[in-house]
Write a protein that binds this ligand. Structure first.
Ligand SMILES: [Fe+2]
Length: 300
């Protein structure tokens, strides 16, 4: 990537009311200091706009990227080590370019609607992404603001989620790795269920900073609502996901070279675009805990 000229003056464009996504130019993320006014401004931007695109961050080193996330909160070390960067366990590598026959990270991650780590008792507060190699035909990531969806939810669906608990499961998204060879699917499922057993969260959560009510479900990880029959769940979950995933709810981020983005996993679900066969793709992700409860009522 090209090295930039001198950093220009800080300029911020916030999302229009009801929309998501702030755009920041002229920020030197390597110079950000924990607790400084700029740091506080960035945290508030993330909560207020849900998605923040920091432009022109060309050529950050792995160390600089990790340091940046460490200033925003506590970087996550993902529970499955085969996703890790070999020298920086905080960096989750989504990659299909393997040099010298050496596998780096995991290919084809997150191509379904989800929030990161919804299947854990304490899901991930923020996600940041820093792409290194862009595929030629797919340079976008899609988002849906689940606060807005909750506000627009028709009464015949809202009555199922208000006060309800939803079950989230990660097992069907498990990526088979080299060490799984010779294991049966039953053994694999049992092991994944042991590592990340199904969890429940309120179907409607309250944001600890903004106070917004958020429909906290996704077709990627949410399998059912507690207390409904199998048949009723099939019908209601499909109707909910059909409503959630309507085209008018989708915000698309079109990636540009140098983009570093951070979003709040509480109100947003997201989906990576599919990469065409033969196209190279590599991006770094670091999850960040902001050390607030994920939702009101959940311990930190
Ligand atoms: Fe994701």
């Amino acid at each position: 990537m090209n090295q930039p000229a001198l950093k220009s003056k800080l300029s911020i464009t916030e999302a229009a009311p009801g929309e998501i996504g702030a755009e920041v130019f002229g920020m030197d993320v390597t110079a950000l200091t924990h607790g400084s006014p700029e740091w506080d401004m960035l945290r508030q931007l993330i909560y207020r706009n849900k998605l923040v695109v920091i432009r022109e961050q060309f050529g950050l080193t792995e160390q600089e990227y990790v340091d940046f996330t460490r200033k925003l909160g506590r970087p996550q070390v993902y529970f499955q080590f085969h996703y890790h960067h070999p020298d920086f366990p905080e960096i989750f590598v989504s990659n299909n370019v393997n040099e010298d026959g050496k596998k780096l990270g995991v290919a084809g991650t997150g191509r379904y609607w989800h929030t990161d780590c919804a299947f854990e008792k304490k899901p991930l507060s923020f996600t940041s992404i820093y792409p290194l190699i862009f595929p030629q035909s797919a340079r976008e990531t899609s988002y849906i603001d689940m606060h807005r969806v909750y506000l627009e939810l028709p009464d015949d669906l809202r009555r199922y989620v208000d006060g309800a608990m939803a079950v989230h499961e990660g097992q069907m998204r498990y990526k088979v790795q080299a060490s799984d060879i010779d294991r049966s699917l039953r053994e694999l499922l049992d092991r994944v269920n042991e590592e990340v057993p199904p969890v429940t969260h309120p179907a409607v959560i309250e944001h600890p900073v903004t106070g917004e009510k958020i429909l906290y479900i996704s077709s990627g990880f949410t399998t059912k609502l507690v207390g409904l029959s199998y048949e009723e769940n099939q019908r209601v979950m499909q109707a909910l996901f059909d409503f959630v995933e309507r085209p008018e709810h989708i915000h698309t981020h079109y990636w540009e070279e140098g983009d570093l983005i951070v979003w709040d996993n509480r109100p947003l679900i997201h989906k990576a675009s599919a990469v065409k066969p033969g196209e190279a793709s590599r991006s770094y992700r670091i999850g960040i805990y902001d050390d607030l409860p994920f939702y009101m009522g959940l311990e930190k």
